[in-house]
Write a protein that binds this ligand. Structure first.
Ligand code: SF4
Ligand code: SF4
Length: 277
């Protein structure tokens, strides 16, 4: 195993708090779920479970589309009161006043707003204007992401320039859980755009490297099921228990990565695993 990166002082939870979404993107990784109407029911139980986590944590709210959860803003307020940093991944389709309320609630300890531009549903110019207004009101970072489908790919360099100075990251398209079979020119274009979320790589492979996921990062769904990271959940391995029923057991140390494809942005971006070839 490689030398472990330094202990991450702030842990991160990626919480897929609902499967509901107002869009139906052709590349959505959740589109094969049996039930796309699920949402976390017992929010106070989740808030209490997050309060029990050891040390400092950021809660990254995701879905589906998390702003569709009926208790969304109340939950954000409860997490902020608890002292947690709150981030969100959103398709930005919520009403502007609701998005601005999120910015205002999180102002004391702002997180990241990841605004996903879905070109099958959203007009890029209207999306850009909305993202700019939200970024101006948000004390933390706002970055725009877009999936590099074969249809989108030829447009992305121009779109990235149009969105500047907002950060604009691309995500390779996945089908059947694997990155699609891009041709050589397409791979060159993707790498020129920064690869997967700015990592410089299209399908990062950190197998064998020490990673803090499982100890200072984990993912959890709307039912409280917790896994080390997205690739671990994909193979139903390295389950950490359930956050709501008392069986949740995080790890204590960095451990070797067991996967040949890491599509988790957080551990890489937060220095929990050493990236690069
Ligand atoms: S907006 Fe996101 S969650 Fe909703 S369908 Fe598209 S990819 Fe899936
Ligand atoms: S797949 Fe990524 S997040 Fe998961 S253990 Fe490996 S490096 Fe860490």
């Amino acid at each position: 195993m490689t030398l472990a990166p330094p202990y991450p002082l702030e842990g991160v939870v990626s919480w897929n708090m609902n499967t509901t979404c107002n869009y139906r993107c052709t590349y959505c990784t959740q589109r094969f779920l049996d039930d796309r109407t699920r949402w976390a029911r017992d929010l106070p139980a989740f808030v209490a479970a997050f309060a029990r986590l050891p040390g400092d944590w950021e809660i990254k709210l995701s879905g589906g589309e998390p702003f569709l959860h009926p208790g969304f803003l109340g939950l954000v307020e409860a997490l902020v009161t608890q002292g947690r940093r709150v981030s969100v991944v959103t398709n930005l389709s919520a009403k502007e006043k609701t998005l601005l309320r999120f910015a205002s609630l999180t102002a004391a300890r702002p997180g990241v707003i990841s605004a996903s531009l879905h070109l099958e549903h959203a007009d890029p110019e209207a999306f850009r204007a909305k993202a700019e207004r939200l970024a101006a009101a948000h004390a933390g970072r706002l970055c725009v992401t877009c999936v590099a489908t074969r249809t989108n790919l030829p447009r992305l360099a121009e779109l990235r320039a149009a969105f500047a100075p907002l950060p604009f990251k691309v995500q390779p398209e996945k089908q059947d859980r694997e990155v699609i079979d891009y041709g050589e020119d397409e791979r060159d274009a993707l790498e020129a755009l920064g690869g997967h979320n700015g990592t410089g790589e299209i399908a990062p492979d950190y197998e064998g490297r020490a990673c803090w996921a499982g100890a200072r990062y984990f993912i959890v769904d709307d039912r409280g099921e917790a896994y080390r990271c997205y690739p671990s959940r994909r193979v139903r391995g390295e389950r950490l228990g359930n956050l709501l029923d008392g069986t949740f057991r995080p790890r204590f140390a960095a451990e070797p990565c067991r996967y040949t494809y890491c599509n988790c942005t957080v551990p890489r971006e937060r220095g929990m695993v050493r990236g690069g070839p």
